[in-house]
Write a protein that binds this ligand. Structure first.
Ligand code: PMP
Length: 390
């Protein structure tokens, strides 16, 4: 088949999504009004699908830190850390992340996606086995594939299914890596990390947890689901992103293993891409300080999350299994979800549309993400829009 012909199928899918309506893959936020509001299709719109969990994108201290770095250090690093050298802020951020987690080693990457590719491709070789939660993020799948290791999927959040696979691996289990997330980004459910930690110890495997959506959200100090479950010190590799609760861009890994520091020399997604810009890294350092200095942000976030979850439940919607800042509303058929999503947008509420194969089962979802910066009135307006659109 000629190379370009396959795009006819893509064009047909896109035409089906748009039609008379707004195309959910082509939303443009014409103006950003605040951490929780923008102008979409000329209308003032509540942003309820942004992963801006702590609302730090407009934090004055973060903006100030970014501006100062921009002026002092310029617009970009223009190269990779391996070839062009690290800026002092990259290494300072690595030390600060390690200290935040009470761990000796930290490494910063250009994106969360690159962090997952880098850690997995550095850790695993084709002879190794990786046990991957079936609903894991695409970046975790891609990292496993990039490594060439043999991939064994276990049922989502299911310790029995994981144990079966570990048992079947026999002696290879002692050389296996278990890969899971903390908070899952589509249904807003959390991994049974205490059970996974017991299994990894029983079988001698290592455990990697992607806390992309749980950093700043779970745990007494905001370090994620592993902290909330009391097993943070037993996780071998914690990865995360700066693009959600920290409101910027980039990714990281922290670990008790000294080998993490050697990933710099073998991880291609670390070596062959430009490092985070000075302004980005400076805002991340400040956001990490704000995350720790303002625990009330987490309290506001959870207050809003419960308000939305309880309200949608009262409206009779089928939601994910536990209240969390990710609230997934199951709609079922794709076309119904598309219509519902459009009505919400017309009512001035932006959420994320998730349709198969991007959703974890055969259903379609409207995925809301709550922010500490939402006011109770905004949450009520979202609920009112859901009531009207239904
Ligand atoms: N891991 C998970 C679980 C994610 O949801 C995402 C982003 N959606 C990433 C990693 C990648 O992070 P980033 O967008 O910072 O590259």
């Amino acid at each position: 088949m000629p190379l370009l012909d396959k795009f006819q199928a893509v064009a047909a899918i896109r035409a089906g999504l748009g039609g008379d309506h707004n195309d959910p893959t082509g939303v443009v936020i014409e103006e950003i009004l605040s951490a929780t509001e923008g102008r979409v299709a000329g209308r003032r719109t509540i942003l309820a699908g942004t992963n801006n969990y702590l609302g730090l994108t407009f934090d004055p201290a973060c903006i100030d830190a970014g501006k100062r770095a921009l002026e002092a250090q310029g617009t970009g690093t223009t190269g990779s850390r391996m070839a062009n050298g690290s800026f002092a802020d990259h290494t300072a951020l690595e030390r600060e992340l390690a200290a935040f987690y009470d761990l000796p080693y930290g490494l910063v990457f250009s994106t969360g996606y690159a962090a997952n590719l880098a850690v997995l491709a550095a850790l695993l070789e084709p002879a190794d086995a990786v046990l991957l939660d079936a609903d894991a993020h695409a970046s975790l799948y891609d990292g496993c594939r990039m490594s060439g290791a043999e991939i064994f999927r276990f049922k989502h959040n299911d310790p029995d299914s994981l144990e079966k696979r570990l048992r079947r691996l026999g002696e290879r289990s002692a050389n296996a890596l278990i890969v899971t997330e903390g908070l899952y980004s589509v249904l807003g459910d959390t991994a049974p990390l205490a059970e996974f930690v017991s299994l990894k110890e029983q079988y001698g495997a290592l455990l990697m947890v992607d806390e992309a959506h749980s950093l700043g959200v779970y745990g007494d100090r905001g370090r994620g689901v592993a902290e909330a479950r009391g097993v943070l010190d037993q996780v071998d590799f914690t990865v995360g992103t700066f693009s959600k609760s920290l409101g910027a861009m980039g990714g990281f890994c922290v670990s008790p293993h000294p080998e993490l520091d050697l990933f710099r020399y073998v991880a291609r997604p670390f070596i062959f891409t430009a490092s985070g810009s000075p302004a980005t890294i400076a805002t991340v350092r400040e956001a990490l300080r704000q995350l720790q200095a303002q625990p009330q942000l987490r309290e506001n976030l959870w207050r809003n999350a419960h308000r939305l979850y309880d309200g949608l439940q009262s409206l009779g919607h089928q939601l994910g299994p536990e209240p969390s800042p990710v609230v997934a509303v199951r709609i079922g058929a794709r076309d119904d979800a598309l219509r519902f999503w459009n009505r919400l947008l017309e009512a001035g509420v932006y959420v994320n549309l998730m349709v198969p194969p991007a959703s974890p089962d055969s259903h379609s979802y409207l995925r809301c993400s709550v922010s500490a910066a939402h006011t109770p009135q905004q949450i009520d307006a979202v609920l009112e829009a859901f009531r009207g659109a239904a």
